[in-house]
Write a protein that binds this ligand. Structure first.
Ligand code: NDP
Ligand code: ZN
Length: 181
């Protein structure tokens, strides 16, 4: 059963991430950015049956270092080393080119911790659903299909982290290939 401190942690992470992403939209140009991390956390909880509140909090925070000015020290101070580590594991190195970052996700996926792998697969599930429902403005079919192909390469390295999430991913991917053509 969940404790008061667990609910406090989740609410604190939502409040923190919402503040950090407050001026950002998703690439469809309309959706508030915070909808995405909340959705990733919901996928972990509802579809993946993940019940570790720290992992749910890490999912809510997963894009703060990558996409806002949030520092590792800030996350460590407010949420602790464990949550920071998961967030760092799913954070791309922005000093690399975009192509190299995509390649590094494929390389790093198999070596990630079980927690980070679950966030990663939930993140891909949500991004692919977004490609179907509210795609980035100006992405044509080729670009979307390229994303699906790359996503499969990353998820190939995540097998074994959570069977329920893997099934959700496969269903989402099948729907995407029939929608995006
Ligand atoms: P990305 O492929 O990185 O963009 C997808 C990412 O954007 C997602 O993983 C997600 O990441 C985030 N995102 C935000 N909003 C949405 C949304 N509505 N739907 C889905 N995803 C969303 O794009 P980049 O522009 O950074 O380009 C990266 C690569 O794409 C380059 O390596 C380049 O080679 C290639 N490219 C291909 C082109 C083509 O026409 N084929 C043209 C230009 C570039 P998160 O969860 O982290 O927010
Ligand atoms: Zn994300």
């Amino acid at each position: 059963m969940f404790k008061d401190t667990d609910i406090t942690l989740i609410l604190k992470s939502i409040q923190f991430a919402a503040h950090k992403h407050r001026d950002q939209l998703r690439k469809d140009g309309q959706t508030p950015y915070i909808n995405h991390p909340i959705e990733v956390a919901e996928v972990l909880w509802v579809e993946g049956k993940v019940r570790d509140p720290r992992l749910i909090a890490a999912a809510i925070l997963h894009d703060t270092i990558e996409d806002t000015e949030t520092t590792p020290d800030e996350l460590r101070g407010l949420f602790g080393q464990k949550i920071l580590s998961w967030v760092q594991e799913v954070t791309d190195d922005k000093s690399l080119s975009k192509a190299k970052r995509k390649h590094m996700q494929v390389i790093h996926a198999p070596t990630a911790s079980k927690g980070a792998k679950q966030i990663k697969i939930a993140d891909k599930i949500c991004n692919i659903r977004d490609l179907i429902r509210r795609p980035p403005a100006k992405w044509h079919v080729d670009r979307k299909q390229e994303y699906l192909t790359w996503s499969d390469q990353v998820v190939e390295g995540l097998h074994g982290c959570n069977q329920l999430l893997e099934v959700s991913y496969e269903k989402t991917m099948a729907r995407a290939w029939s929608n995006i053509k």
